[in-house]
Ligand binder design. Structure first.
Ligand SMILES: NC(=O)c1ccc[n+]([C@@H]2O[C@H](COP(=O)([O-])OP(=O)(O)OC[C@H]3O[C@@H](n4cnc5c(N)ncnc54)[C@H](O)[C@@H]3O)[C@@H](O)[C@H]2O)c1
Length: 255
């Protein structure tokens, strides 16, 4: 339904999970995709899958938290595919069970890791691409945030702060570039299923069944729930939608 032929997308953290599905859906809509991940083998695996399916894709491993690496990578993507028209800031460190810590017990030395990827990564990638989008008169930026950015979430205060910062940043960018044909939005996720590679133990099953009971639709999220929402926000048809946060969250938070 949505045609993004001749557009070039950069999807960060696309080596697995939500990002890999977003890359596949954008490629299916006609985008050439630069597949970023911190882990080179993951970026290569996703890019291989896309090219095997007939799409145009290149692996682009870099750390979104490193501004120099981001800037070089965006130039590499432009040389290989053309300038980036669509940026999906998906790379993030979702809080695994080991990270659920009362704020008073966190170590300030650890905050930086969360902020560097979940907030500065979004700033770095947007900074490296937004000027070109504005100059060419068309662009889409979508950042993947979390319900925690909107409602707050106990034991995830630093993650929530980083994601809320990213959402505020997107709203500001939307206002700044609104007249140039460039939109900036967020998609806020609820709890997704177990991360790729998680062993299917009884304990993990019980943990996710308990999480699922908190959701009005009775299950946790899947990458396939998220990617079509991102595709819509990246589409030409969404040109009047900007500065928004679209919740894809099984109804967990309703406003
Ligand atoms: N999983 C959840 O329950 C959940 C809930 C709400 C929001 N989110 C958000 O959704 C997004 C995707 O989450 P996911 O569950 O697919 O995560 P995931 O951990 O399965 O995949 C994230 C990918 O990002 C890559 N990555 C991490 N740091 C990076 C960096 N500095 N530079 C480049 N790549 C990097 C990882 O190598 C990994 O392949 C994240 O922004 C996350 O915060 C996830």
């Amino acid at each position: 339904m949505f045609d993004l032929s001749a557009r070039v997308a950069l999807v960060t953290g696309a080596g697995q999970g939500v990002g890999a599905e977003i890359a596949a859906v954008l490629a299916g809509a006609g985008c050439a995709v630069a597949v970023n991940d911190l882990q080179p083998e993951r970026a290569a695996a996703t890019a291989d899958q896309l090219t095997s399916a007939g799409a145009t894709a290149v692996p682009l491993p870099f750390d979104v938290a490193d501004p120099a690496a981001v800037s070089t990578a965006v130039e590499t993507a432009a040389a290989a595919l053309g300038p980036v028209d669509v940026l999906v800031n998906n790379a993030g460190i979702p809080p695994g069970a080991q990270w659920l810590v009362p704020f008073r017990d966190t170590d300030p030395a650890d905050w930086d890791a969360w902020l560097r990827v979940n907030l500065y990564g979004v700033l770095n990638c947007t900074h490296a691409t937004i000027g070109g989008m504005c100059d060419r008169g068309w662009g889409r930026v979508v950042t993947i945030v979390s319900d925690a950015a909107r409602s707050g979430e106990a034991l995830m205060a630093v993650y929530s702060a980083a994601k809320a910062g990213a959402a505020g940043f997107m709203r500001s960018i939307a206002k700044e570039v609104g007249r140039t044909g460039v939109t900036a939005n967020c998609v806020a996720l609820g709890n997704m299923g177990p991360p790729t590679g998680t062993p299917e133990t009884a304990e993990v099953r019980a943990q996710f069944e308990a999480l699922a009971r908190r959701y009005p639709v009775g299950r946790v999220g899947r990458a396939t729930d998220v990617a079509p929402a991102v595709l819509y926000l990246c589409s030409p048809e969404a040109e009047w939608v900007t500065g928004q946060t679209l919740a894809v969250n099984g109804g967990y938070i309703t406003s």
